[in-house]
Design a protein around this ligand. Sequence first.
Ligand code: SF4
Length: 278
Amino acid sequence: MAKKGSASSRTARAALQVLESLERSGIEQIGKSRGRKTATKAATAETAFSAAPSKAVAPPKAAPMPKAVSPAPPAAAAPSPQSAPVAGDTLELIRQEVAACRRCQELADTRTQTVFGVGNPRARLCFLGEAPGADEDRQGEPFVGRAGQLLTRIIEACTLARSDVYILNVLKCRPPGNRNPLPDEVGNCRGYLNRQLALIRPEFICCLGTIAAQTLLQTDTPISRLRGKFFDYQGIAVACTYHPAYLLRNPAAKKDVWEDMKALMRKLGIKLDKPLTP
Ligand code: SF4
């Protein structure tokens, strides 16, 4: 009896624990149908507030992953030094980019202004110099100092005016103290030159001096060996001659420049009879 009573007592305690457990779970009544309904409600609430999906609910279809998008280039990104002309390019657009350019920090810090280029944007002939000097830096126009005035006389001796041709430099900023441009600076500015020439598309380019000739033709041949011949730059005929600043120091070289100009004008179909007397 004691054994049987003890078992009964254990069963009663176990039943009581189950009831207490159900009560703690919020289940107050046990009945066939009502108990099932209560359990279903609890499951529904759990599903609504739980991050874990119910087994019975199909997992939502995964949304397609957004396509990876390359970061857009900065709006005002300047072209790379060797960049091709961009669609919709204009000289005015390039001029604005140049005016804001600070690729060469020393030049940007010391310049008064950038010197873009001047003349006829549809010119058959471009004169390409090296870099602005002090006068050009002050006035914002290429070849306006003493060497520039000599270039103007050379152009006029060829029966042309400055407004007939386009005049520009390899560098758009003055190197301090008129030192030679550094290779990095030439590389930095090359893209602007390429784009200017691609838009003007002259028939002829006359390189004035070593830096202009060697930069455009990508050579290290000295100017004395480049002059007297014609070269090709992207379908444009290129002549090379001495820089007017060199002529100011070496007037005897003027006759060589005049020979170069006569050859160039012959190609342009312009007949020159008079000697150069700048
Ligand atoms: S020289 Fe040319 S690349 Fe260098 S800062 Fe001037 S505009 Fe820019």
